[in-house]
Design a protein around this ligand. Structure first.
Ligand SMILES: C[S@@+](CC[C@H](N)C(=O)[O-])C[C@H]1O[C@@H](n2cnc3c(N)ncnc32)[C@H](O)[C@@H]1O
Length: 453
């Protein structure tokens, strides 16, 4: 039997060390910014970009770190590069721009030797016929970024720079300029690791070296290793869930023994909360692969729920539930701290389209609630068009529903998130815990409604 063919190595033998990871980082950055591809998909262990998957774990870690810095601080990098150029790069020089961004992001924000960042960008330019004649320019610009980095970072320090204009304008319109800047600043920072526990938040906080937030979440500083290595993962004691994402299920109140439909449930963070609280949960989602993840998560956690795969909008009439949670698909702009690509893969037009989908899903969800039952509508968008406005229009069309206002005392430590209408609106600049590595939370919206009896 002949030996199995080896996959071609991504780095050729005479390639400088570290070149393969930078080349992959440049490819993925271009895929996000130019082709608007989601970074989660590109770096997925199973279905991600083949060149990324061929890297070893250390190089994959470096690629992710470069991309996080290059996307979180894209506006700052762009401004500094512009300050180094006598005239703007031509629009069609996209691949050259990408190499400069990759190099500058490392020099400005990562703990790698500047010389390695410069040399690898220069080598990547040399290897590309489109860019070979610009190797001198790449070298000169990146060396200047390295020499003057402190002065450049002090000069270009406005957080709004790192928020693409379409998003900053919408944030200003929704929250006013000072708050929009505070949100943009929070977007620059890596998010803490938040866990929801089945029980004993204080005990798990102590065991893991974190803190138990008043809302029940266990918070750890950003992790530099896989969560699977933490105590309690294998035994299913907790699951990863941002502190804000843990709020909507709590708004349903006491659910033990009740029938609850979790709509748009996968991968199941909220379903797990409801099941752990003793509800008889039916989880619905359109995606087979995401539902498989929910089932895997439930197997690890030792929880159970009925699962249904299909489009909610085509759901046949069925016995109504005591309570329904609809965590609708959205632009995900509330998760930019963890997914900085969202700022570049989404746009204003998509927000309008998604609001239409949310309205249709909310109408479908409303038919599943028994008279006297509760309905929570939530999503992780920062945009009121996908939150407050959807609920406003729903209530105007459905006199058989009313808001069941959330009281500030229901969200201890997060009272500021309860709006005057009794809805929940979190933004990433909230929950200041003294140090950035322990502060902030995802942007979320949630409204609690009651079906009148
Ligand atoms: C924000 S995610 C849900 C996150 C989940 N609730 C959690 O806490 O883990 C939105 C989900 O909606 C599902 N979805 C989108 N359109 C749908 C539809 N028409 N019917 C049912 N599910 C849908 C997506 O597959 C996705 O899993």
């Amino acid at each position: 039997m002949s030996a199995p063919a080896r996959r071609p190595a991504i780095a050729t033998q005479d390639e400088a060390p570290g070149l393969a990871s930078r080349r992959v980082a440049a490819r993925l950055l271009a895929a996000v910014v130019e082709a608007r591809t989601s970074l989660d998909g590109l770096t997925d262990a199973g279905g991600g970009h083949p060149e990324y998957r061929r890297l070893d774990a250390r190089d994959r870690g470096l690629v992710k770190a470069i991309l996080m810095a290059a996307l979180r601080r894209r506006g700052t990098v762009e401004a500094i590069l512009a300050a180094c150029l006598d005239r703007p790069l031509p629009g069609k020089a996209a691949s050259l721009r990408t190499l400069l961004h990759i190099g500058a992001a490392q020099i400005l924000f990562l703990d790698v030797p500047d010389s390695a960042a410069v040399d690898t960008s220069v080598e990547l330019a040399r290897a590309d016929p489109r860019n070979a004649r610009f190797t001198g320019l790449v070298n000169a610009i990146l060396r200047r970024v390295s020499r003057e980095k402190e002065a450049f970072l002090a000069r270009f320090d406005d957080p709004a720079l790192d928020c693409p204009p379409w998003l900053f304008e919408r944030l200003v319109a929704a929250y006013g300029e000072p708050r929009a800047r505070a949100i943009a600043l929070a977007h620059r920072r890596p998010a803490p690791l938040d866990l929801s526990v089945k029980a004993d938040a204080a005990g798990w906080a102590e065991r893991l070296g974190g803190e138990a937030l008043a809302t029940g979440t266990v918070r750890l500083p950003p992790l530099d290793r896989a969560v699977t290595e933490l105590a309690g993962f294998a035994e299913g004691a907790w699951w990863v869930q941002d502190a804000a994402a843990a709020l909507p299920a709590r708004l349903l109140g006491e659910v033990s023994g009740s029938t609850v439909a979790d709509l748009c449930a996968a991968p199941g963070g909220k379903t797990a909360q409801l099941a752990a609280a003793g509800a008889r949960v039916s989880a619905f989602d359109i995606s087979k692969s995401r539902m498989k993840r929910l089932q895997e998560n439930f197997a690890r956690l030792g929880l159970s729920a009925e699962t249904h795969i299909g489009d909610l909008r085509a759901l046949a009439a069925r016995e109504p539930f005591d309570a329904v949670l609809l965590d609708a698909p959205c632009s995900s702009t509330g998760t930019i701290r963890r997914h900085p690509d969202v700022a570049y893969t989404k746009d204003a037009a998509e927000i309008g389209k998604l609001a239409g989908v949310q309205a249709a899903l909310l109408a479908a969800a409303a038919g599943l609630v028994r008279p006297g039952g509760r309905l929570v509508f939530s999503n992780c968008s920062l945009d009121p068009v996908e939150g407050e406005a959807v609920v406003e229009a729903f209530l105007a069309a459905r006199p058989d529903y009313a808001r069941l206002p959330v009281r500030p005392a229901e969200l201890p430590g997060l009272e500021e998130a309860v709006t005057s209408a009794g809805e929940v609106r979190t933004t990433p600049d909230m929950l200041d815990r003294g140090t950035p590595s322990r502060s902030g939370l995802d942007g979320f919206f949630a409204a609690r409604l009651a079906r009148l009896g």
